[in-house]
Write a protein that binds this ligand. Sequence first.
Ligand SMILES: NC(=O)c1ccc[n+]([C@@H]2O[C@H](COP(=O)([O-])OP(=O)(O)OC[C@H]3O[C@@H](n4cnc5c(N)ncnc54)[C@H](O)[C@@H]3O)[C@@H](O)[C@H]2O)c1
Length: 417
Amino acid sequence: MDVVGIDLDPARVAQLARRRCAFSEPGLPELLYSGLDSGRLRVTTDYGPVSDADVVIIAVGTPVQDTRLVDHYLRAACTELAGRLRRGQLVILKSTVPPGVSRKVVAPLLESGGLTVGEDFGLAFCPERLSEGRALHELRTFPIAVGGWCPDSAAAAAAFWRRTIGTEIIHCTSMESAEMVKLANNWWIDHNIAMANELAKLCAVLDVDVLEVIAAANTIRKGTGNVNILLPSVGVGGSCLTKDPWMVWRAARDRGLDLDTVPVARKVNDSMPGYTVDLIVEELARAGRSLGQAKIAVLGVAFKNNTGDLRATPVLPVVTGLREGGAEVAVFDPLADPAEVAKVFGVTPARTAPEALAGADCIAVLARHDEFAEIDFVALRESMAPSCVIVDGRAYYSREAIDRFRRHGFGYRGIGR
Ligand SMILES: NC(=O)c1ccc[n+]([C@@H]2O[C@H](COP(=O)([O-])OP(=O)(O)OC[C@H]3O[C@@H](n4cnc5c(N)ncnc54)[C@H](O)[C@@H]3O)[C@@H](O)[C@H]2O)c1
């Protein structure tokens, strides 16, 4: 396929044209290079090429503010498209939206150019369900849910995905159903993690290792798969799980239905950065230190392991809490852009792990990137405070690694461990 990527942000387009990927995604740079080199992929700020396309995919941001969808990016994109659509084209919306937006917002805006959806052009909603850091692998393996404006639109979208990606197609009987598929996925994930986080809090007071409990609990079958309790952590961040459940909640509220599980799960997950700060304070106290006297080395500031993405990262409230308590905080994240870290966190990040770790009373591993495996805390032991404690926000160190830390004089505390 010949692909044209259109974005209003000239800096993002220029960055891609210079062969730079903003996010760490295995295999993505190679795909970008081969697309640009072969001429099959072009990136531009110009909407002009839309008229030549057979299929137009909309994937603009759909943030939420005060539980309501901020739809101006979506509206602007549809308005730009409206005047350029021609007969026979297929438009696919991939941005996550509340149920009804494809039909009630996108379709009328696209029709404002004079063509009629279902007659002159097709429209389908196909949710984007990939997770950052595994996106290409999941793209090649995950089924694609398709909901069409009409049967012809649905058939055209299914044929397009079959030809381009070739994965299984899940036929939804309406666009609203496909919109809900995406929201149900993220509602489930956020809810599941909230349960894992509360399980971790309980395991901590029972002096039981939450990972052992989860691993064993997940061994029985239930429904069509296994029990699948996800992992507790320093918190839930990123641009999707922090907003999509609110889309669900608002969609229900607007129809006179109150959903209890969404706010509860959000509250639990939002409590985790504060819980992590409390763990650090407790462990420092155990070692006879107060937060105000301590240097904390934070390793990993991204919202999840193996990405450099700082959007809604739960590490930010942790760092803020530590600094408010008077601690000196050094941060290190080899995957995050140092200028962005400085902007978001208000501190210049350390250039190397040893620089961040020097003199540390506490090492807080809050995103555990694979390359951190090369940092040997034990080998650097002399450069840290004698009572240094490791607080594990999502590294999920093995029992062997924890025993080794302890043999070399480190304290260790994990979320629920
Ligand atoms: N990031 C993920 O992992 C992920 C996963 C699943 C679903 N989604 C969904 O995909 C959508 C996009 O997410 P994202 O993380 O890429 O958002 P983003 O904000 O990082 O990127 C959106 C891009 O759209 C561009 N844009 C805004 N208005 C435009 C317009 N009118 N015309 C052209 N470009 C425009 C912005 O400049 C930006 O580069 C959202 O609905 C999100 O919920 C994202």
